[in-house]
Design a protein around this ligand. Structure first.
Ligand SMILES: Cc1cc2nc3c(=O)[nH]c(=O)nc-3n(C[C@H](O)[C@H](O)[C@H](O)COP(=O)(O)OP(=O)(O)OC[C@H]3O[C@@H](n4cnc5c(N)ncnc54)[C@H](O)[C@@H]3O)c2cc1C
Length: 397
């Protein structure tokens, strides 16, 4: 087993890390403040700089303006970008666009790729993914899918109600999952829907625990007889559930990469504070209970790194089916790790940690959603246990 990062990728990693430290971190508060006023000057100038420096969308194939780095490359680079909550957006690698790019690359027709994927890759538009519905519709269990599409001549007519469509308000197109038959396996299909098509009603951005930052605004939509043509179907009719799996496995892994970056930055901030703050005659870093928190979190981040890399490697070997339980393990572990690291970071910083003079509160309010979005913890627990008990999940691979 060789853990060496190829020298070309390592050089790229250093450049991305340098860009994040030098250009993004000093401006991240500006990007967030401007975004609250719906102004994007700083973000746009950072994005232009990323393009100029050849660091734009490194995960994409060269033909779509990327560097063809693949999943292992993403692992190395996205962790660096994730050190800032606005980092991934600067390189056009943020959710949900990045997962949607992957889906369109593999499953959209050439016409739809030119119409929607190319401007998405160029950062001229954004997108959203609409699967989840308010109860009793699709949630942790996608088979509750209630939004339906029925065929009328050459068109599909979509009716339904969605929420938690991240970035939906500003998106130019939506990927909408809808029921096209009652078959439990092949009963769902995905459609590309123009966000401004007649019948698409944007209801609101749901007020959430995490403040709105860039695409991370959770839209609620109703679809009233929205008409799309055959060319809007992603893959084939009936492939919705399998495409969702295809999108979700790598997409949840890229979340892990970004979260690992943020978790490691939080732990580094702890190191600065506990190495200078004295309490009861010694530095905080010299107290055993503080060391325990540091070691526990370092261990969790390192385990998360290994799980994420292993699963990315499986995807790169074409083992998408086999990778599923490992992606659940990585997602479950890294989402919890991020929340734990941030909670401990607040604790180690005392009153300062609880204040908004430090970023932990803001980061934590977002991080908490990691244990719910892309499948709640309990569903990943169920999947891992099912694979172990009923199939042959290999723990000593
Ligand atoms: C910030 C954020 C962004 C999101 N972005 C998107 C997006 O862009 N597109 C999109 O389509 N969706 C998105 N989602 C929705 C997300 O994927 C769903 O919230 C998630 O799948 C859970 O579905 P639900 O909210 O309907 O919870 P429910 O299905 O109502 O489940 C509620 C709770 O029940 C428990 N539970 C469920 N099933 C089981 C089980 N089998 N065993 C034990 N306990 C169980 C869990 O604790 C779960 O949290 C986002 C969610 C959040 C919070």
């Amino acid at each position: 087993m060789d853990f060496t990062i190829h020298p070309d990728l390592e050089a790229l990693r250093r450049r991305v890390a340098g860009f994040v430290a030098e250009h993004i971190m000093p401006r991240e508060a500006d990007v967030i403040a401007e975004d609250q006023r719906r102004e994007y000057n700083t973000l746009l100038s950072l994005q232009q700089r990323a393009r100029d420096e050849g660091l734009w969308t490194p995960h994409l194939p060269v033909e779509f303006g990327g560097l063809g780095q693949g999943v292992m490359g993403m692992c190395v680079l996205f962790r660096e970008m994730g050190r800032s909550p606005v980092g991934a957006r600067v390189f056009n690698c943020d959710a949900p666009d990045q997962g949607n790019m992957d889906l369109l690359l593999t499953s959209a027709s050439p016409t739809m790729r030119e119409k929607w994927l190319r401007p998405l890759c160029e950062g001229r538009i954004t997108s959203a993914f609409c699967m989840t519905e308010p109860a009793p519709g699709a949630g942790a269990d996608p088979s509750n899918l209630a939004t339906a599409a029925r065929q009328e001549g050459n068109e599909w007519v979509i009716n339904g109600h969605k929420w938690y469509s991240t970035g939906g308000q500003d998106a130019s197109f939506l990927i909408v999952m809808a029921r096209t038959s009652d078959d439990p396996k092949t009963g769902a299909s995905m459609f590309i829907v123009n966000r401004h098509a007649p019948g698409v009603e944007f209801i609101r951005n749901i007020p959430t625990m995490g403040p709105e930052i860039l695409a991370h605004r959770e839209a609620e939509f109703r679809f009233h007889g929205v008409r799309v043509g055959e060319e809007a179907v992603l893959g084939r009719i009936g492939e919705g559930f399998s495409l969702a799996q295809k999108r979700l496995v790598p997409a949840r892994l890229t979340h892990c990469m970004r979260w690992l970056g943020l978790a490691s930055r939080a732990l580094e901030l702890c190191k600065s504070y506990i190495s200078t703050r004295t309490s009861f005659g010694k530095l905080l870093a010299q107290h055993q209970s503080i060391q325990q928190m540091i070691a526990k979190n370092a261990l969790a981040i390192h385990s998360g790194n290994l799980m994420t890399f292993h699963c990315a490697w499986m995807l790169e070997q074409g083992m998408a089916r086999e990778a599923r339980p490992y992606s659940s393990m990585a997602k479950l572990h890294v989402a919890r790790t991020l929340c734990d690291v941030l909670d401990d970071a607040i604790q180690m910083h005392g009153g300062l940690g609880y204040s908004d003079d430090m970023p932990f509160g803001l980061w934590y309010r977002h991080a908490r959603s990691a244990r719910i979005a892309d499948g709640p913890d309990e569903v990943h627990v169920m999947l891992i246990a099912r694979e172990f008990l009923m199939k042959e999940l290999r723990l000593l691979w």
